[in-house]
Ligand binder design. Sequence first.
Ligand SMILES: [Zn+2]
Length: 183
Amino acid sequence: MQDEERSLKLTTDNQQPATLFKGHMPRVGMGYDSHRLVAERPLILGGITVPHAMGLQGHSDADVLLHALIDALLGAAGEGDIGRLFPDTDPRWLGADSADLLLQVRSSIEERGFHLVNADMTVIAQAPRLAPYIPHMRQRIAEIMMTDTENINIKAKTAEGMGPIGNGEGMEAYAIVLIERSG
Ligand SMILES: [Zn+2]
């Protein structure tokens, strides 16, 4: 291959993805959260109430799954993290419904011209068994994000009895999202 041809080929190859993504600019974000389980708190998870003897402890309703999702969305949009937007020193967020916080974050990324493509989440809890509640959580989150349920994936795992999560001291959640420019 001649040098000129090679440079032409490289230019063409390099420009193809740029053309594909022009106007869309997909961005990825990840989020992680954990909360302690304590007695005499309702268990709010994925925007719904899950029947359980214990609930998650926190300044807000401590919805660990929605907090991970919020952090992933803020990360993708380059807007920092949940603590910066909703500080736990602010009495406004005492007992806050995390579904409302997620709604505010969706509005915020929409104002910046982005919408959610899909979210994939994992919640780690030794108990209760979460599988029966996952369809309802997906539906609830899809409603808040104004997207199809198929764009919201939730996986529930136990910690196989290992460590503090395995001992039932708390729950953890991870979220990965893809957002892109609307229109
Ligand atoms: Zn949290």
